[in-house]
Design a protein around this ligand. Structure first.
Ligand SMILES: Nc1ncnc2c1ncn2[C@@H]1O[C@H](COP(=O)(O)OP(=O)(O)OP(=O)(O)O)[C@@H](O)[C@H]1O
Length: 213
């Protein structure tokens, strides 16, 4: 049986170069490291948004990239949900339509996450008719997480999902993130600088040291 996360890639972006090796059976992996260590770049490489120079990326037994085998699945075929620091909702669409946007990517997939279940899990039923511009930062992040789940992903990547919130809003959002972690059963990579957050979200931590140039 292969590891949940089986990654060995060399990343390059401008002058930035780094090798990342991860072999882990943890379902939820936290990724820490100083600014510029390459955390976002690694997530983008996994999601198919940044092409590694060489190497291999496999998650839960599925090979997403393998330079030797000439495998490089396009982003939309990787089935990855991505949650960013800022929610990146569509401002012209109501919450319900933003959630529906996630589902557009899942037409050919057996739904694992049902609309009503996701809405209940994230407590966003009262927000469905609202315009996204009026949401608080924490509410917007819950909608963004819902949108990611409704794309029926096989893997969830969270890139500092609490970083743009104040401390009180962070405390409000953490239980929702923990519910998503526990109820979805999805493999997850959770990027954060904050030790306490990492401890509460993941049992295995991968620390990227400062990148060598
Ligand atoms: N579009 C780009 N073109 C050139 N270099 C880039 C680009 N995006 C990022 N970099 C560089 O790649 C390196 C890694 O950046 P990355 O965003 O992956 O780090 P990070 O660990 O996520 O940092 P942070 O915690 O600040 O978000 C940095 O040196 C950054 O300056």
């Amino acid at each position: 049986m292969s590891a949940v996360f089986d990654i060995d890639v060399s990343l390059a972006r401008g002058d930035f170069r780094r090798q990342v090796q991860v072999q882990s059976d943890a379902r939820v992996l936290a990724l820490t490291g100083v600014s510029g260590a390459g955390k976002t770049s690694l997530l983008q490489a996994i999601a198919g948004l940044l092409r590694p120079r060489a190497g291999r990326i496999a998650v839960a037994g599925r090979t997403l990239f393998d330079s030797a085998e000439r495998i490089d699945l396009p982003a939309h075929r990787r089935h990855i949900g991505f949650v960013f620091q800022d929610a990146r909702l569509f401002p012209h669409l109501a919450v319900r339509a933003n959630l529906g946007y996630g589902a557009r990517f899942a037409k050919d997939r057996t739904p694992r996450f049902a609309f009503d279940d996701v809405v209940a899990l994230l407590g966003i039923a009262p927000l469905l008719a609202r315009r996204t511009v009026n949401l608080s930062g924490g509410e917007a992040q819950r909608v963004a997480i819902g949108r990611a789940l409704l794309s029926q992903p096989d893997l969830l990547l969270l890139d500092e999902p609490l970083a743009s919130l104040d401390q009180a809003r962070r405390e409000e959002l953490i239980p929702y993130l923990q519910r998503v972690r526990d109820d979805s059963g999805l493999p997850m990579i959770y990027v954060s600088h904050v030790a306490d957050e990492v401890r509460r979200m993941a049992d295995t931590v991968l620390a990227l040291d400062a990148a060598l140039r």
